[in-house]
Design a protein around this ligand. Structure first.
Ligand SMILES: [Zn+2]
Length: 409
């Protein structure tokens, strides 16, 4: 497990968990999640949103969830290996040995889309959680996610989760090209299903993969996504990357798979404090800061947009932007939540459009000296708050109050 967070910050931190290569032959899922980690860390101190995520969120990345399967899949002759390598099942096979880990979870175990035949590629194993991989992963998930769903029993498909729940689970596969949300084992709409659809359509804006309830692509019992949402209450997605097969050429990968997928994971990392709520609200784009008009003041500008969604299944209403606040501390990082230090104004004089250019001037002394982040959050006219975005501002302690204007970044 690769865990990325600022250990010096010890307050509440919502969790993003991303898993790759549960199916061994889906090579580039591991590569993509690894690159996401590299870019996230490289952005610390230079990219404001990456810095926000590392300082205030907790990112858990399982880069290769099926390591012995992957080892076999890296040999050309056996690259079709999908399952784990449990020799108790189909031991005489070449790439048909083992258990399909994404049929081995306890949610609707034995259900549709799985097989009881050991040499089958979707062999589910003898019992739910018979495999060390699924057992260990689930123990980890239970240790890092707060259980926020009070299901009546395993298999309860109707009990909703609070819209203010936190956390986000993503299991990355290929090559179905979709952002799949629960339920995956029935076409019945999940509680929180409409909210998860909005979240999926937001991911689709970045990665281009269709936002769709998993079951509408084929029903599957025993998969990880339904189990995680059903028992822990965090939105639990299967992100199916694209490509013509499991082994796309490098040019296709570099141009059409990696950039969008990594951008969607970066978005996911930013919304884990309220993944059911903030995807419906306006995004803050292109935050910039500059010296203000009076000594020591800082001017902050941004573009705000409530309409960035993919074209996949289902609607998401877009509304005019209603307002934008600036905070000196993240609202969920301190208790009680801090008051805004400024309310931004619309550059054109009125908040009446889906996209607005906004500005605010922070007076001298409102921010402590040093390099620090300011946090922006917008709300639309339906009352939906959006994802928080950050911007850097540098305030030189030696010169503050001497008529020096701080340098904006
Ligand atoms: Zn898969």
């Amino acid at each position: 497990m690769l865990r990325i967070t600022n250990r010096a910050n010890t307050g509440f931190k919502p969790v993003l968990f991303v898993q790759a290569a549960l199916h061994a032959r889906e090579y580039f899922t591991a590569e993509t999640v690894t690159r996401f980690a590299e870019q996230l860390v490289a952005g610390y101190g230079t990219d404001p949103d990456s810095t926000l995520v590392i300082d205030h969120h907790d990112v858990h990345l399982l880069l290769v969830a099926n390591p012995d399967g992957r080892k076999v899949a890296e040999v050309a002759a056996t690259r079709a290996q999908r399952k784990n390598r449990n020799q108790n099942y189909c031991a005489a096979g070449t790439t048909t040995v083992g258990v399909d880990l994404n049929r081995n979870y306890a949610w609707n175990f034995g259900g549709p889309g799985s097989s009881s035949t050991p040499c089958n590629d979707v062999f589910r194993g003898p019992t739910a959680f018979s495999e060390p991989e699924t057992t260990a992963i689930t123990a980890w998930l239970r240790s890092v996610f707060t259980d926020q769903r009070a299901e009546t029993s395993l298999g309860d498909r109707t009990t909703p989760v609070s819209v203010d729940a936190h956390g986000f689970y993503i299991d990355v596969h290929s090559n179905g090209a979709g952002n799949w949300f629960p339920w995956g084992d029935t076409t019945q709409l999940a509680p929180n299903g409409a909210r998860m659809q909005t979240l999926a359509r937001k991911l689709e804006f970045f990665n281009g993969y269709e936002a769709i309830q998993g079951a509408l692509t084929g029903v599957i019992g025993g998969a990880s996504d339904d189990f995680v949402f059903g028992t822990l209450g965090v939105p639990a997605f299967t992100m199916e990357l694209g490509g013509s097969d499991f082994w796309p050429d490098c040019a296709t990968y570099e141009s059409s798979i990696a950039p969008g997928t990594i951008a969607s994971l970066k978005f996911a990392a930013r919304v884990v404090h309220a993944p059911y709520r903030v995807p419906a609200g306006p995004e803050i784009l292109s935050v910039a800061t500059a010296p203000g008009g009076s000594p020591g003041s800082v001017t902050i500008t941004a573009t705000v947009n409530d309409g960035r969604y993919g074209a996949g299944t289902g609607p998401e209403p877009t509304q005019p932007v209603q307002g934008v606040n600036v905070y000196a501390a993240l609202p969920w990082s301190v208790s009680p939540p801090p008051p805004a230090i400024a309310a931004m104004t619309a550059v054109d004089g009125a908040f009446d459009e889906v996209e607005e250019a906004v500005t605010a001037t922070i007076p001298a002394g409102a921010l402590a000296p040093g390099r620090r982040l300011v946090y922006l959050q917008a709300v639309d006219s339906a009352g939906n708050p959006g994802p928080v975005s950050a911007g850097f501002v540098d305030i030189d302690p030696a010169l503050l109050g001497n008529g020096f204007e701080p340098v904006g970044r």
